[in-house]
Design a binder for this molecule. Structure first.
Ligand code: 26Q
Length: 840
């Protein structure tokens, strides 16, 4: 396909990418061109033809046709960045939850309609082809998806940037539900190849591990350290193009795959140890084998530490290689060119690794090296949960990374002696608290403290969270370095989370709002004046209905449950965690069920409650909650007495591509974490943008969503952060709520029976025990009544169709702040100091 790039001006030709598709798109590609390209790739890339091609073959050929345009832009972007010698941000993350690429890349190159028509004319259904693509699920949840939205925004805003991570062979497990229980199956996203990635063997790195450190003295008597590693692992980079909206910039995501350093260990092999040599290979390849499926809990496993070090060491070597190509051995410009953002503490080992290279290899003195590090690293905190704060045992560290442990001790003693002593003289208690090393029966390395000490900026991910990071998590650090702590409220890319996943609504918006709204999301404000315009509201609600019809079909296909698209769709989608309180939603559903049984005329609109959630495989209570949701759903959905007024659906295998089908169909968005526990949330933003009304606590970004939409357009309930602290200080006793509220008591007692688990009484009793005997850690019962009242308010609002439409429209209209482009611009202004780079 010979694609010429347009000069950025709109054309009205129906045959080329047209203006409503993407006004920034610059590829002059006609339907005929695209058809020819797909057919060509069917022949030369996939090795089949139109007559026998499977859907998968068509998908592959279509991807190849897109790549014909994209790969060229990758090269051009890299060349321009090199020629202009630009400063770049390096986003270090153990997780990138990218989802599918085809629709997204077509959206961003502006060829969705062309591709759809081309396939159509070839007799192939576009959506069907898109469904062939496996999700690239190299992440657990919010933190990984945030990284994916951020690389999209960085490319869209033309910032030089590279995402660094691990090329996991298996992403987050696939969830099956068997007899109501979660069963995990390995995810094999690239079993049959991945058309979006390019292997770069020319940039392979070798990474040391284990071994010991030798102390030597040079001729001048200066101390020198030499690490004699016990093993060397090879890191093979795979590049995935990240296409900005309009495809001016195409940055890359560089993911490292681990391999044995040489395929055969010849000594072992020649000694007859063919199998032993293979064992080494297996060990090396284990490093990038699988993503840890934990979300907000520390695993503390050796393999995880090796994963962290492996990809950080590869990435830092890669950065230095690129720097040296431009600047040789002149290190004076390094801090001007390089900024590294640490996505949580997971890549914090990059700090001592850079120190090691600057001191042991470049032979800089300590103060110079440390000064550089402190200008290069910035750290984003994503959680306050104590169980999620990473710690590694000193013993493990010494075994795997002996030189890094020495460096950490040195960083720590200088920090305690020079800085803490100055701010808090003779205060051993504070020294103990701020030390990178936690003393105790087993000494531990605290990665949070290391990250704060080694970074020039530390940010939380929503206003309230950033405030709590300062006041509750790192108060003394904030006293020492008051300018270090800052906030960057999260965001989501409106290209994927509105334009591409909700084409009906995007189309309507484009009729009324400037066509550049996907990059200037504030322009949706223009819809506010239409919130009470009957004609517009009718169109808006008709789209919601059609999206709900589509989701109803998905629900039927996946679960065989029939739901009425005219019912209120109430959606809670997120990882399963007690602090997110799916159990609160569940006990409220049980209460509604009970009310309907007691009073068949109980006044409420027809309701469908829909869940999507994976539990960490080792998280017992989370799995019990999934089981309870499924058993209770089964009972309710088959109870004819309630005449379909209530349905409950658990959609298995929640993931990015399923989210894209659920979010456009939501009427209500459940954001019900205990105040102070959800750092930000980003699903809340996606749902509100697509017109769902939030029922939520004053937690994370909910607070800012309410500020933007206005208090009348969200339903807030429950204790706020201060009230939570107060109640906990008083001594919270869940039994008080059990005895005081007859409905709570009746619902919890239900868990002891076999009502939902016929023949197996008490099978769900752990949930009751957890909420009473084990203390209800997340104050579920304390918030129940307020939550129930909030739902009554939702019911009343939903009965008033005009009122509801107005609220939904205002939500869409006011979510401009939550564009991830805004988040990125905040990072650029307050942390990264990057300049834009036009690729031309
Ligand atoms: C840690 C150690 C060992 C193994 C795994 C982990 C691990 C992995 C993933 C710990 C935490 C995570 C993920 C955390 C996460 O997704 N946090 C969410 O980040 C979002 C983006 O900022 C926020 O919106 C959410 O509020 C926050 O929960």
């Amino acid at each position: 396909m010979t694609a010429t790039r347009r000069s950025g001006k709109k054309t009205s030709s129906a045959k080329t990418s047209n203006s409503t598709d993407n006004i920034f798109a610059q590829f002059d590609v006609s339907v005929e061109d695209f058809k020819a390209s797909i057919v060509k790739h069917l022949h030369v890339t996939v090795g089949t033809d139109e007559n026998k091609a499977s859907s998968q073959a068509w998908w592959n050929a279509t991807c190849a046709a897109v790549n014909e345009l994209v790969f060229e832009r990758v090269t051009r972007t890299q060349k321009t960045h090199y020629q202009k010698d630009t400063r770049a941000v390096h986003y270090f993350s153990l997780e990138f939850l990218m989802g599918r690429f085809l629709k997204n890349n077509l959206t961003n190159v502006g060829l969705t309609e062309i591709a759809e028509q081309a396939l159509n004319e070839l007799g192939i259904d576009f959506n069907h082809v898109c469904e062939e693509e496996p999700d690239m699920a190299l992440g657990n949840g919010g933190l990984g998806r945030l990284a994916a939205c951020f690389v999209d925004s960085l490319a869209t805003l033309n910032y030089p940037a590279i995402g660094y991570g691990i090329h996991y062979e298996h992403g987050l497990f696939t969830q099956e539900i068997q007899h109501g229980r979660q069963v995990e199956r390995p995810d094999s996203w690239r079993e049959y190849g991945n058309p979006w990635e390019i292997c770069r063997p020319e940039s392979i790195q070798e990474i040391p591990l284990y071994g010991y450190v030798e102390t030597k003295y040079d001729d001048a008597g200066k101390i020198q350290k030499e690490w004699h590693p016990g093993r060397i692992i090879k890191g093979v980079p795979w590049d995935i193009p990240v296409v900005g909206y309009g495809a001016n910039t195409v940055n890359i995501l560089r993911l490292w795959e681990s391999r044995a350093s040489n395929f055969f260990n010849w000594d072992v092999f020649n000694a007859g140890g063919y199998l032993d040599a293979q064992v080494e290979n297996v060990q090396a390849e284990t490093i990038s084998k699988v993503l840890y499926p934990n979300d907000n809990t520390d695993a503390g496993k050796e393999l995880r530490l090796i994963q962290q070090y492996f990809f950080c060491a590869c990435s830092i070597k890669d950065i230095i290689r690129r720097y040296k190509r431009a600047h040789g051995n002149d290190w004076s410009k390094f801090v001007e060119q390089v900024v590294i953002q640490l996505n949580d503490t997971h890549p914090a080992i990059a700090i001592p690794e850079l120190m090691r290279i600057l001191i042991d290899r470049v032979e800089l003195d300590w103060d110079t090296a440390w000064g550089m590090c402190q200008q290069i690293f910035a750290y984003t905190n994503h959680t306050l949960l104590p169980e999620a704060l990473e710690k590694w045992s000193v013993r493990l560290f010494e075994k795997v990374l002996p030189r890094h442990l020495e460096i950490i001790y040195e960083i720590n003693s200088r920090f305690l002696e020079n800085i803490v002593e100055q701010h808090f003289p003779d205060n051993d208690e504070i020294k103990r608290k701020l030390s990178i090393i936690e003393e105790g029966s087993e000494k531990m390395v605290r990665m949070g403290n290391l990250s704060v000490i080694g970074s020039f900026k530390v940010n939380g991910v929503a206003q309230i969270h950033s405030k709590l990071v300062k006041s509750d998590l790192f108060p003394e650090f904030d006293q020492i370095w008051p300018d270090k702590f800052t906030n960057v409220t999260n965001g989501v890319t409106p290209r994927r989370w509105l334009k591409s996943c909700n084409p009906r609504l995007a189309g309507l918006i484009s009729e009324y709002v400037d066509l550049d709204w996907p990059v200037h999301l504030d322009k949706l404000q223009a819809l506010k004046s239409l919130a009470e315009d009957k004609q517009f509201a009718d169109k808006y609600m008709q789209i919601k209905l059609e999206n709900k019809q589509d989701l109803a079909a998905v629900i039927k296909e996946l679960t065989d449950i029939e739901v009425d698209p005219n019912a209120l769709f109430d959606i809670q989608i997120k990882r399963l965690h007690e602090y997110k309180r799916q159990q609160l939603n569940l006990i409220h559903i049980m209460a509604l069920y009970r009310r309907l049984l007691q009073n068949p005329d109980y006044d409420m609109p027809k309701r469908v409650f829909i869940f999507g959630a994976k539990a960490a495989p080792g998280y017992y209570m989370a799995k019990e909650i999934i089981y309870a949701i499924n058993k209770i759903a089964d009972k309710i959905n088959h109870d004819e007495r309630i005449k379909d007024k209530l349905k409950v659906v658990f959609l298995p295998n929640y993931r990015v591509s399923l989210a894209e089908k659920m979010i456009p169909a939501a009427d209500v968005s459940e954001q019900i974490s205990l105040a102070g526990k959800e750092a930000s949330g980003t699903g809340n933003m996606k749902l509100a943008l697509n017109g769902a009304i939030t029922i939520g606590t004053l937690d994370g970004a909910n607070i800012e969503i309410a500020e933007e939409a206005g208090d009348d357009n969200v339903v807030i309930f429950g204790l706020d952060v201060d009230q939570v602290k107060e109640l906990k200080n008083q001594g919270y006793n869940p039994w008080d709520y059990y005895y005081a509220n007859a409905e709570i008591k009746a619902v919890l007692d239900w868990f002891d029976t076999d009502y939902f688990t016929p023949g197996k009484p008490g099978e769900l009793a752990e949930i009751k025990r957890n909420l009473l005997d084990y203390g209800d850690n997340y104050l579920t019962l304390a918030d129940f009544e307020s939550y129930s009242d909030a739902h009554k308010k939702i019911d009343a609002l939903y009965q008033d169709k005009a009122k509801w439409a107005k609220m939904a429209i205002i939500n869409t209209a006011t979510m401009g702040k939550f564009n991830s482009d805004r988040s990125i611009q905040d990072y650029v202004n307050n942390i990264w100091s990057l300049g834009e780079c036009n690729i031309g």
